[in-house]
Write a protein that binds this ligand. Structure first.
Ligand code: GTP
Ligand code: MG
Length: 264
């Protein structure tokens, strides 16, 4: 399928870029390879898939494992930072290198089923700018947290903070901390964000909502990691969200400038 204009029907030949920021994810790469193969098999035959792996100064065997994955499968490309710069910086590097009509951001630990990218694409096809995954249950029961209660609390708390900070511009969006999203390619390539770390996912969504982008949420399942260790520092990240939300609340016009080019 090709990504339609905001109000046009879907037609064949979509170019899809999946951007995967990674730090010390050697153990996750075999899972990622399987998940991407499953996604590929669910895409229509005329669609193209590129997977941009961004190794952000990993100190384990991530780079070598990613190199051999790229050698096996031409759909994968490896980009590297020679030192660790953070999740948001890794996402920026991947987005800048992407060529897709649609750009999906996807966690290397496969926190969400990659097959749900198809649901995100279907939601974009209905004429929106961003389809964002949420583990919060929808009316039909879809969407699930298969992680500890502290993660649910963090998601819920951040949602409340950002919804307040955006003062009515959040629409029905309930999840700001989940990075698993599909964006119109031109939109995300034209969007600037400040955060280099984990705050980037919430900042990007906030900036786009403040700028009038159309965002829909798509229920998905948040799973425990299959391998490796979490890199997120919960307290530091929660405090960072508070500061970021306060800034967005006080200076929304400055935040909106971040998406000017993308929505033009
Ligand atoms: N580029 C970059 N990516 C990172 C960094 N730290 C983590 N990541 C990636 O960001 C994604 C999310 O990180 P996680 O460690 O899974 O954080 P989390 O999802 O909050 O924690 P879990 O409960 O372990 O899933 C994964 O793909 C990581 O590899 C970093 O410093 N730089
Ligand atoms: Mg994770």
């Amino acid at each position: 399928m090709t990504l339609p204009g905001r109000n046009e029907p879907t037609v064949p030949g979509l170019r899809l870029s999946v951007v995967v920021p990674m730090k010390d994810e050697e153990g996750s790469l075999p899972v990622l390879e399987r998940e991407m193969a499953e996604l590929r098999s669910g895409l229509p035959a005329g669609d193209e898939l590129e997977v941009l792996l961004v190794d952000d100064g990993s100190t384990d065997g991530t780079a070598a494992a990613a190199e051999s994955l790229c050698a096996r499968s031409p759909a994968f490309r490896l980009l590297r930072h020679d030192r660790n710069r953070g999740f948001g910086a890794g996402l920026r590097t991947g987005v800048e290198a992407s060529t897709g009509d649609v750009v999906v951001s996807y966690d290397a630990d496969c926190a969400y089923p990659a097959g749900d990218v198809l649901k995100l694409l279907a939601a974009l096809g209905r004429g929106v700018d961003v389809a964002s995954a949420t583990p919060f249950a929808a009316a039909d029961g879809a969407g699930e947290f298969r992680v500890g209660p502290h993660r649910r609390l963090l998601s819920w708390g951040c949602s409340a903070i950002y919804r307040t900070a955006l003062r009515g511009r959040a629409g029905g969006v309930r999840t700001f901390t989940c990075a698993f999203r599909a964006y119109r390619g031109e939109l995300i390539r034209g969007t600037a964000w400040r955060a280099d770390g984990f705050l980037a996912a919430a900042e990007i969504l906030s900036v786009l909502l403040l700028s009038g982008a159309r965002v829909v949420e798509v229920p998905s399942t948040l799973r425990k990691r299959f391998a490796g260790r979490s890199k997120m520092k919960v307290v530091r990240t929660a405090l960072g969200h508070l500061r970021q939300a306060a800034r967005l609340c006080v200076t929304p016009a400055a935040a909106r400038r971040g998406a000017t080019a993308g929505l033009a």
